[in-house]
Write a protein of this length. Structure first.
Lengths: 266, 411
């Protein structure tokens, strides 16, 4: 049986467009608001990545750090992310959800307990930023057993040899990091070059969906229409920061932003 | 959990970089896998290269000024009336602390990797100072990441870094101390690993950084073996080696040659930062039984809350103010080879006061923690016991803090 994630990509392909993946942090800027944001952007996004915040993130840029610190300052606990997904999944237009975070949080919670909880509340995929292949082999199997897609990350520094091995062990979705950067960096490589790299990797196994992330914003997203999917994260986190600063409602702001992103790729 | 004999402890990891099956590892973003692999290959190649070692030894001897002194603290010994107390004056090193050993190895590797820039983190500012000093000597651009709280409290070392032409990058996130500086330094490396070499300032981080640091600071104990034999004709029968432990770079360097000795003969005592006496905050994951956590690429005992968030720490000494600790020290603790205790801010200050009153030395607040333990146990032991304290840093950087707490700075 195809996973919800694969089905989402299938649908986008039929519509001849890349899938739009959003990333927001659970609990930013409050538990209630982050749930409302998810529900609201569901109308325009295809898959929702939801970050579970950690206070020593080594791969996140300033925007996602701000979101994470905001959530933690408001008393976010790991169990809240499960509650948020559970409630979100009850909404009528719920999309597949991918949780994303650092291994420390999973480790402390307990790998098995974490994956079980994910399954119970309806999480469809997992990204663990600092659990690279081959160290993630055991955990990735545990995810598969529980019908959760473990998303492998690939970067411009990943050698071809290593790519092949990672893709061989991967599930139905991989994530290509567009450039050497933490999240939210300014696009320092041309979209053409990124797509070239993307296509090279895609050739290794065409049946696996692959999304591009890092540096994707309203300005750049239009250049990547040929990818299977595109992730926008830091730009949205910044949107929340801006709306707080300007005393606007982040839910409305994010809805508008994601709607605009969607328009750029159809 | 057992330590093997005849193999340096830094090399006793499995193929995934774990010591004792569970400490250490390489929890990094995919982007850093290749730079770390490259650095690992480079290090493994050059650590066996005679010319590399010769160049390093030459730098240690003529640039750092090794061997550092090994001296008896006769007045302190007489005052306490128990064990004989010695100090290994690692603070004699150029720049005033042990951090120069690691900085030199990293600069040499950076050159061989054909990179022109080097970045590092710093807490007490000594690591930043040494990297800036060595970078200047090697003609490398240097960026030092430092928490804004530490920039305030360790001004003399910041001045030195600037004088050496390094850029200090202030880190304003989280607790604004070493933990955040390391995170920011790693983030910087993620974005610039193609051009920049990263050196982590202690025995922490992904496996290769633990190894390079331990390989470098091991110089301290190589000297000590010779000096002990000169003084006593042999390694004494009741020897206690006391060292402060933040990340644990100087402690490993001070102990590495002695790990194979029976623990009844050579006792290894690590002293962590217990924080202020009346505060719940501390930076002592080993002695206060913290749980294992993943921080900065490695699994180690780590001060954290039940949800896995890293807890704030507090210590009067910036160099020890770190929530986690080296996987090597976790291994030494769980195998029973080393013992870890803590000293409070107040005990460290008292120790500083007593030592500087009685002796012509001036240890920084980090080794003052080690002296506090020595002062505590020496009177309970007879004079057949030899205590050696690693005086791994000079107090000048702590001038303002000491003045504030003791009323004056005795130098």
């Amino acid at each position: 049986m195809k996973s919800q994630i694969s089905l989402a990509f299938q649908k986008c392909k039929k519509e001849n467009r890349p899938a739009l993946l959003t990333y927001t942090v659970a609990g930013d800027n409050s538990k209630k608001k982050s749930l409302e944001i998810l529900k609201s952007i569901s109308n325009h996004a295809d898959i929702l990545e939801i970050g579970f915040p950690h206070n020593a993130p080594t791969a996140d840029g300033a925007q996602i750090q701000n979101s994470s610190y905001r959530a933690l300052k408001n008393g976010f606990k790991l169990k809240d992310v499960f509650q948020i997904v559970k409630n979100y999944k009850k909404s009528k237009n719920a999309k597949p959800c991918i949780l994303m975070g650092y291994y420390q949080m999973v480790y402390r919670y307990g790998e098995r307990k974490f994956v079980k909880e994910c399954r119970k509340v309806g999480v469809n995929g997992l990204i663990v930023v600092d659990l690279p292949w081959p160290d993630n082999k055991k955990f990735s199997k545990l995810c598969k057993k529980n019908s959760i897609t473990f998303v492998q990350l690939l970067s411009p520094t990943t050698s071809k040899e290593r790519m092949k091995k990672i893709i061989k062990d991967s599930h139905d979705l991989n994530y290509f990091i567009s450039m050497l950067s933490t999240t939210g960096g300014k696009l320092k490589v041309s979209p053409k070059k990124i797509l070239e790299n993307y296509n090279k990797i895609k050739k290794i196994n065409k049946s696996k969906n692959m999304v591009i992330g890092f540096g994707i914003t309203n300005k750049t997203i239009g250049s990547f229409k040929k990818a299977d999917g595109l992730v926008v994260g830091s730009a949205l986190c910044k949107g929340i920061s801006d709306s707080i600063k300007n005393r606007q409602n982040p839910v409305i702001k994010l809805n508008k932003m994601v709607k605009a992103l969607r328009r750029k790729i159809v | 959990m057992k330590i093997k004999k005849g193999i340096p402890l830094i090399d006793q990891h499995d193929k995934n970089g774990f010591y004792g099956g569970k400490f250490g590892g390489n929890y990094v973003a995919e982007t850093l896998k290749k730079p770390i692999d490259d650095l690992t290959k480079l290090f493994e190649k050059y650590r066996k290269d005679k010319n590399f070692i010769k160049e390093r030894d030459d730098l240690y001897e003529n640039y750092i000024g090794t061997p550092t002194r090994f001296i008896k603290l006769q007045n302190l010994t007489d005052h306490l009336g128990g064990a004989q107390i010695y100090a290994k004056m690692v603070s004699d090193c150029r720049g005033g602390a042990h951090k120069c050993y690691n900085a030199i190895t990293h600069a040499m590797l950076c050159k061989r990797a054909k990179k022109k820039y080097i970045c590092t983190d710093t807490g007490a500012g000594y690591n930043g100072k040494m990297f800036s000093m060595v970078a200047k000597k090697f003609g490398l651009g240097c960026k030092v990441f430092m928490g804004t709280r530490d920039i305030e409290r360790q001004k003399p070392n910041c001045d030195a870094m600037k004088k050496n032409g390094a850029e200090i990058v202030p880190v304003n996130s989280g607790s604004k101390t070493l933990v955040d500086a390391v995170s920011e330094c790693i983030r910087y490396w993620v974005s610039n690993c193609d051009k920049v070499h990263m050196g982590i300032g202690s025995l922490v981080g992904p496996n290769i950084f633990v190894k390079i640091c331990g390989f470098s600071t091991a110089q301290i104990s190589r000297e000590l073996v010779v000096q002990l034999e000169e003084e006593f004709g042999e390694i004494p029968n009741k020897l206690k080696l006391i060292n402060c432990v933040g990340g644990g770079s100087s402690a490993y360097g001070f102990w590495s040659e002695f790990i194979d000795h029976n623990k009844n003969q050579v006792e290894l005592i690590g002293v962590e930062a217990g924080g202020p006496k009346n505060s719940k905050l501390h930076a002592a994951p080993l002695s206060k039984n913290s749980k294992i956590g993943i921080l900065h690429g490695a699994a180690a005992y780590c001060v954290q809350n039940s949800d896995g968030q890293i807890n704030e720490t507090e210590s009067i000494s910036s160099g020890l103010d770190y929530p986690s600790v080296s996987p090597i020290h976790c291994f030494l603790k769980d195998s029973g080879r080393a013992k870890y205790v803590s000293a409070t801010d107040e005990a460290a200050l008292d120790a500083f006061k007593l030592v500087t009153e009685l002796e012509e030395i001036s240890p920084s607040l980090e080794p003052a923690h080690a002296f506090a333990e020595a002062i505590k146990i020496a009177p309970k032991l007879d004079d057949s016991n030899i205590i050696v304290v690693d005086s791994c840093g000079d107090s000048l950087k702590d001038k303002d803090i000491i003045k504030k707490h003791l009323g004056s700075y005795p130098r």
